[in-house]
Structures are given as C-alpha cells and as structure tokens.
Design a protein around this ligand. Structure first.
Ligand SMILES: Nc1ncnc2c1ncn2[C@@H]1O[C@H](COP(=O)(O)OP(=O)(O)OP(=O)(O)O)[C@@H](O)[C@H]1O
Length: 334
C-alpha cells in the first residue's frame, strides 16, 4: 500500500544571512501493508505532517522515492490523490455552505455523480453519527462533529487508504473516544488501511496495529505497541513505607531480584522490574517478615512514553515542550 525509500524533505527558511536549511524529514523508509492501522507518532516538529504531505503528494520530496497504492507520488500524483482519502490537521470545512452540500461537492470533485455523492454522503453521515446535521453549517457544529465531518469528506469517494493528520487534536476526551471508535470501524467495517499521525500516546496505543515513531526527521522505531513496550526494561514499581527506615532494605531487596533504575527518596523507593507480577508477592512477604510496614504499592506497566524515553533519552512530553515553534511558510509545489 505504502512503500517509501529514503524519503526526505528539506526546507530553506529565512533570507540572506538568516537563511538556513531545516531538515524536516531526513531519509525515511516505510512499508505499510493493506488493512493495517499505523500510528505515526512523534513530538511536535518531528516530521509527521511533512511525511504525510509527501505521501499525499502535497509536497514534493527533496530526495527519495515513494509509492502509494502502487502509484509514484511524484510522477503519478493525480492517481495517488484519486485513490486516497486525506483528512488534514486543519480540517477542510471553512465555507458558508451546508455540511451535506460540502460533502457531496467533495464527492463530485472526485468524479462522482451528484446523486451518488449525496447517497454516499448520507450513508456516511449516519455511520459517523452526524444524523440530522446535513443542513447545518459546519461553524455551528461541535468540535467533535466537525472532525467527523472532515472524516466524511475524506471518505466520500470510498478510498481504501486513508491518511488522518492528528484526527483528535483539540477534542474533549469523550469526543476523542467517539472518534477512535469510528477510526477503528474504518478497518473492521470497510477494510480500509489507515495511516494516522498523532502525538497522543494513548491514542496511538489504542488504535494502531503498528506504531512508527519519528524523532528529528528520522524513524527511531517501528513495531506493534506490545513489542515496543516489551523493549522497555520492566514495570515501574513504587513502594511507599510509613517511615524512612525500611527504604534502604527495600532498595537492596529490589536489587537482589534484578530491579534497575532504583531510586530511594523520603519514605519511598521506585525501580524498574521485569516480570513484576511474579516477583512482587515474594518481595512483599520478605519485607513484611523483616517488619517493614508498607503504606502503598503502585505498579505501572510501561507506556509508549517509556519507549520514547528508552529510544531517545527524552520523554515525549519534554520533547514537545522544547519543540521548534517557529512559524513556517506553507509551500505546495506545482
Ligand atoms: N513549509 C515549511 N517551511 C519551513 N520549515 C518547515 C515547513 N514545514 C515544516 N517545517 C519544519 O519541519 C519540521 C517538521 O515539521 P512537521 O510539521 O512535519 O512536524 P510534525 O511532526 O508534524 O509536528 P506537529 O506535531 O507539531 O504537527 C519542523 O521543524 C518545522 O518547523
């Protein structure tokens, strides 16, 4: 479905002495099979949107090659565009038109007859829980409804491959969860392949068969969420005692059972521990028989943020905080 080799995009920004090159995407290889839901994850400015724009033919690669649905993104851009659905980060519904008309117009742009476009649009409105909103202006819809309308526009011509750029950004948790359901159904009910960018770790985890992590324009990992998380060195275990006394003993016991990254502070100790479900009961018995009174215990399974931290040495949230926030021009090549 999608194959890319050495895909790269470099932008030149500024003028004269201030001119500089930004390597937004620095040689990306991708292979995405039919029916996969792939989450493309990375901090702000990592190169997600730029990669997506190259794959959807909105931006010409500086180097490398890519085929989408068997068509070359540079020499067969028209065929690529016709065969995909694309829902951009900004959404596409700004006009004063009624929602249903916009969706049907969009279908006609793809060569559908008005009749087919309206019929298909109505079907999509019903599937995306937009019933009754055909004659409403998008500006009078809620954020979640507008995002689902964007998705209806992206699906009107029945593409088998759908690109979604940050589909749930700005939505409240309930609207996000609702959109997740619809995205999951794209595959289960329509057999679509979905390539979505996000910086929500929970979203990537919940929706994707496979996750591709990009950082500074380079892919740093590509695997199933489970495999990625199993690379992280164990669960995070946090033991809290009623006094400082037992902390040193607990840290020692944790070390003996193979824990790493042991940190003791105040009345507590935290560490990474592989197979914690098997090890913890014995450890607790030992502590109890030594008279160490435990106040609380918390065991946290590794998250995709831990994966990002292991791979890059930074937390995804810190990476976001330090992201390049420079204003950029929007170049769409001829
Ligand atoms: N048209 C442009 N001109 C100059 N620089 C650009 C342009 N588009 C993107 N960039 C730069 O390329 C880098 C990657 O940007 P991109 O939008 O692909 O990141 P992203 O991972 O999608 O980020 P976000 O999560 O914030 O959408 C950033 O440093 C950005 O400033």
């Amino acid at each position: 479905m999608i194959h890319a080799r050495g895909l790269a995009a470099t932008f030149v920004t500024g003028k004269g002495k201030n001119q500089r090159e930004v390597r937004a995407v620095a040689g990306v290889d991708l292979d995405i099979a039919e029916g996969e839901v792939v989450g493309f994850l990375g901090p702000n400015g990592a190169g997600k949107t730029t990669t997506l724009r190259m794959l959807t033919t909105l931006l010409r690669p500086t180097a490398g090659t890519a085929t989408v649905n068997g068509f070359d993104v540079v020499t067969e851009s028209v065929q690529v565009r016709r065969s995909i659905g694309y829902v951009s980060q900004m959404g596409s519904t700004f006009s004063q038109a009624l929602a249903g008309d916009e969706v049907a117009d969009h279908g006609q742009l793809y060569g559908m007859s008005r009749r087919d476009a309206v019929a298909r649009g109505k079907e999509l409105f019903s599937q995306l829980q937009l019933d009754g909103l055909w004659d409403r202006m998008p500006k009078n819809m809620s954020g979640g409804q507008r995002r689902r309308l964007d998705i209806a526009m992206g699906l009107i011509h029945d593409p088998t491959l759908v690109f979604l750029d940050e589909p749930t950004t700005g939505l409240d948790p309930q609207a996000r969860a609702n959109l997740w359901e619809h995205i999951a159904k794209l595959r289960t009910e329509r057999g679509a392949t979905v390539f979505l960018t996000t910086h929500y770790l929970d979203e990537a985890d919940a929706l994707s068969d496979r996750i591709i992590i990009i950082d500074n324009g380079v892919i740093v990992a590509a695997d199933t969420p489970e495999n990625l998380k199993s690379q992280v060195s164990g669960d995070l275990v946090h033991l809290e005692f009623t006094a400082a006394g037992p902390v040193a003993h607990a840290a020692q016991r944790l070390e003996q059972v193979g824990a790493t990254e042991i940190e003791a502070a105040g009345f507590g100790v935290r560490a990474r521990l592989r197979g914690s479900a098997k090890v913890i009961p014995g450890l607790l018995r030992d502590l109890e028989s030594a008279g160490d009174t435990l106040d609380s215990i918390e065991i946290m399974r590794p998250t995709l943020d831990d994966v990002f931290l292991t791979l890059t040495g930074r937390s995804l949230r810190d990476a976001e905080a330090g992201a390049d926030t420079e204003e950029v021009s929007d170049e769409i090549p001829a």
